[in-house]
Design a protein around this ligand. Structure first.
Ligand code: FMN
Length: 213
């Protein structure tokens, strides 16, 4: 069955531009993949957010599975769960604000838990997450797309592309919701801001395109 993993990060609920992009993406994805299964990992939700890595976590991670104690396995459980979500998905959608030119700390914490040697990354440094695609739904106050004078500050997109590439995902589509401060400043409505992105969002979701199983 086609499975979509949606990773969301914004703490702003209904006010969040990136979450509104997710809603549109999900609607298009469900239309394009009837019967598809969606797994939601909400990093703004206390139940879904991974903690920053700690010394006990690292100790468990660096201990070969055969030597791990029950306490070590417990330490790695959430990370294992999130790795399994990545491996089970055919398509991963990451929806995020840009904070200080990069991804929010919660998303960086997720990355630290899912880039796992022996699971998503081979011991030889080759990515193990093959044959999948990813979509980045980015909301930023500024505009960083081609032609922008601050294009070189687009660290968040470059970083996520790099991480996805490292684990083996090269088929990455970016939907850049740049200039979202117009919504925050009430100079533009949410719908008015999102309307020009709708076609890109639908294409990224596979709407109207024969999709891979
Ligand atoms: C702490 C913080 C840092 C931010 N840093 C940047 C930034 O470096 N560049 C930018 O373009 N927008 C920045 N913004 C604006 C957000 O990217 C923008 O408000 C976006 O819509 C937030 O996503 P959301 O609406 O999904 O919560 C920042 C916002 C906050 C709260």
């Amino acid at each position: 069955m086609t499975q979509l993993l949606v990773v969301e990060t914004s703490p702003r609920g209904a006010q969040s531009v990136s979450r509104q992009m997710t809603q549109r993406f999900l609607a298009a994805w469900r239309t394009a993949h009837p019967g598809g299964h969606v797994v939601h990992r909400d990093l703004a939700d206390a139940d879904g957010a991974p903690p920053f890595v700690t010394a006990p976590w690292l100790h468990a991670y660096f201990t070969p599975p055969a030597n791990q104690t029950q306490a070590m396995r417990d330490e790695l459980r959430l990370s294992d769960e999130m790795v399994a979500e990545v491996l089970a998905a055919g398509h991963i959608a990451i929806s995020t604000p840009v904070y200080n030119y990069n991804v929010p700390a919660s998303l960086k914490a997720w990355v630290d838990h899912i880039v796992r040697k022996g699971a998503t990354l081979g011991l030889d440094g080759q990515g193990l997450v093959k044959g999948k695609k990813a979509t980045l739904l980015m909301a930023s106050g500024g505009v960083y797309t081609e032609g922008s004078p601050i294009r070189d500050r687009d660290i968040a997109t470059q970083y996520l592309r790099l991480i996805l590439g490292v684990i083996g995902i090269e088929d990455v589509t970016v939907v850049a919701g740049g200039g979202a401060k117009a919504v925050d400043l009430q100079a533009q409505t949410m719908d008015g801001f999102l309307a020009p992105l709708q076609a890109q969002i639908e294409r990224a979701a596979g709407a109207g395109i024969a999709h891979r199983a």
